[in-house]
Design a protein. Structure first.
Length: 437
């Protein structure tokens, strides 16, 4: 393609931080002209089909951007530059798209646009995320217990609107896993963070203060993480927690670039990184873009849903958003059916059939156990008689491929008897999840 004037751009970033960082450099370039500023991916396709633009610059978090729409854009043969995280599914097929990292510098972006706008081939350069993984920082202790890049160690706990039990599951999984291996729980719910209240942790040490610190000192991640991380629970000796945003107004600080780097830094040190992700997934505000960034950098998503009809309906909407709008592979999603009561709810196999994904665990209704845990600000997995606690303990054991007992959550030689251990869930017919068998 040969242009006699400025290259007309369709720009769709969908993130305020990206806009503030990249837009001024694009506006200042006399060889570029932003013809269409898009808030949703379908607007980009309309501009391309109307031949109103010569090239397209998109971020993977743009509203309604799917792999199917990207293929439609590629079929128009319009030069496309995509900004995405290293392990984002949209980076896998790159036949006609130039893929750059989310934290690309403005100069590199301008060069890429100019190159593809002239009809030339952009030279593929090693992406920074892959380079960092191949050259670990010698000053950082690697993840223990022989963890490798192929191991499952970044797990996002998501769910639909309402209170399906996302935070409850994330907290209890982290406490159980943290009893035997280094585990960190991160509250990245940008709408209603609750981990600090649930566990009575110091809310002033949180992801927001961390984000501001590393913005001024981008090479001091490990130092600032040590300042902000707190012990998860006395009975989880290897567990740590990073609390959520202290105020709604601070959500813009948790940008996709910060989220990506945060997860990358944590997974280098901890065997398991558990992400408590909020319900809002669509839109261009800071909350949904932050949630999408967390999900994009997770290796598996546990979708928590209540077992009643209304909760299942909300869970099905959330699953559709994960698969269709965010492009997450169904093989990387599993259900957790919460507050299940076989007297009133559909059979597990029927729910799995309607959702099209397997259930990793069924957590029985246990009102007394959960209410007691919340009142005492204590994880329910510590209660040996709790059906919900045993189910979550069993799930943690299958994640780690080792049985975890209530006794394992005692420290300093303390051992307490319990009526049952989490050898298996008390709910009949719990599926053996092939990924964590």
């Amino acid at each position: 393609m040969v242009n006699r004037g400025p290259i007309r751009l369709a720009l769709g970033l969908g993130d305020q931080e990206l806009e503030q960082r990249l837009r001024p450099a694009l506006d200042a370039d006399l060889d570029l002209a932003i013809a269409v500023h898009c808030l949703a991916a379908d607007q980009v396709l309309q501009a391309v089909e109307a031949r109103a633009v010569d090239a397209v610059v998109l971020a993977a978090g743009l509203h309604r951007l799917t792999e199917s729409l990207l293929r439609d854009l590629e079929r128009t043969r319009t030069p496309l530059v995509l900004l995405a995280a290293d392990d984002d599914p949209m980076t896998l097929s790159t036949t006609r798209r130039v893929v750059l990292p989310l934290d690309v510098d403005p100069g590199t972006l301008r060069q890429a646009i100019a190159t593809v706008g002239r009809g030339e081939r952009w030279e593929v350069r090693p992406r920074r995320g892959h380079a960092a993984k191949s050259r670990p920082d010698p000053g950082v202790e690697p993840a223990p217990t022989g963890a490798t890049e192929s191991d499952l160690n970044v797990i996002a706990v998501a769910g639909g609107t309402g209170s399906p039990g996302r935070s409850t599951l994330a907290i209890n999984l982290a406490v159980a896993l943290g009893a035997i291996v280094p585990t960190v729980l991160v509250d990245v719910d940008c709408c209603s963070p609750s981990v600090s209240a649930y566990l009575n942790r110091d809310p002033s040490r949180n992801v927001c203060t961390l984000a501001h610190a590393v913005r001024d000192d981008p090479h001091g991640w490990q130092h600032w993480l040590l300042d902000e991380l707190q012990p998860l629970h006395p009975r989880s000796q290897y567990g740590r927690v990073l609390c959520g945003l202290p105020r709604r107004e601070t959500r813009a600080s948790l940008t996709p670039a910060v989220m990506e780097q945060l997860i990358f830094q944590l997974r280098r040190t901890y065997r398991y990184v558990i992400l408590d992700v909020g319900a809002e997934l669509l839109g261009t505000d800071a909350a949904p873009t932050g949630h999408r960034a967390a999900l994009a950098n997770a290796q598996h998503v546990l979708l928590v849903t209540g077992s009643d009809l209304v909760s299942l309906w909300r869970g099905r909407i959330a699953l559709s958003q994960l698969q269709d709008q965010l492009g997450i592979d169904p093989d990387h999603i599993s259900l957790v059916l919460n507050r299940y009561d076989r007297r009133y709810h559909h059979e597990q196999a029927e729910i799995e059939w309607h959702f099209g994904v397997p259930a990793a665990q069924v957590v029985p209704r246990d009102s007394s156990g959960i209410e007691r845990a919340v009142a005492e600000q204590t994880p329910v997995v510590l209660y040996g008689r709790s059906g919900a606690g045993r189910a979550m303990l069993d799930l943690a054991g299958r994640i780690h491929q080792r049985r975890i007992r209530v006794a394992d959550l005692n420290v300093d030689g303390e051992r307490k008897k319990c009526w049952r251990t989490a050898v298996a869930s008390s709910v009949g017919g719990v599926a053996r999840w092939s990924g964590w068998s």
